[in-house]
Design a protein around this ligand. Structure first.
Ligand SMILES: [Zn+2]
Length: 163
């Protein structure tokens, strides 16, 4: 595995305003953040903020009851196993839907559809939609960038330049 440039963590907050910074600090719902931040802004955030969004994200407890949604003739809801089987997916309470968080944080131009810019909640089509997303090359790239980010945060001495 070669260390990509993404393992370099920048501590510069570039052009974030203090309002934006506090929005990110308080955010545990990527769906909510996408209301205030356009997708291209999220994917250009400094690594420290991406890590914050990743590590703070809402994770439903086992007793959490997902709301039902009427589609294709019956009431369906998100299920815990969708998140267990696809650990890169996060549940957005505000949207009652799923996003692929690594793809949101490391999106490319080819990967701006459902799970990335728009939430997914068409539960009756979940199997086909999950496997279509998970087999995309840009998804695999986003996962490896997320891995590089989390390991650089876990071992900051090896990747953060002291300023
Ligand atoms: Zn993805």
């Amino acid at each position: 595995m070669c260390a990509s440039s993404h393992s370099q963590v920048s501590l510069q907050s570039t052009s974030l305003t203090s309002i934006e910074t506090s929005l990110i600090n308080d955010c545990n719902d990527i769906g909510l953040l996408l209301h205030s931040f356009p997708q291209n802004r999220v994917r250009n955030l400094p690594a420290t903020y991406k890590y914050l969004l990743y590590s703070n994200h809402f994770k439903p407890s086992s007793s959490f009851k997902f709301p039902g949604r009427y589609s294709d003739g019956c009431n369906r809801a998100c299920q815990h196993k969708y998140l267990e089987e696809n650990p890169w997916f996060v549940y957005s309470k505000s949207e009652d839907g799923i996003f692929c968080l690594p793809c949101v944080l490391f999106a490319t131009k080819d990967n701006l559809g459902q799970f990335v810019c728009k939430t997914f909640h068409l539960w009756s089509k979940k199997s086909i939609k999950f496997s279509a997303h998970n087999s995309k090359q840009c998804h695999s790239i986003a996962l490896s960038r997320m891995d590089a980010l989390t390991s650089s945060m876990a071992h900051p001495e090896s990747s953060i330049e002291v300023i």
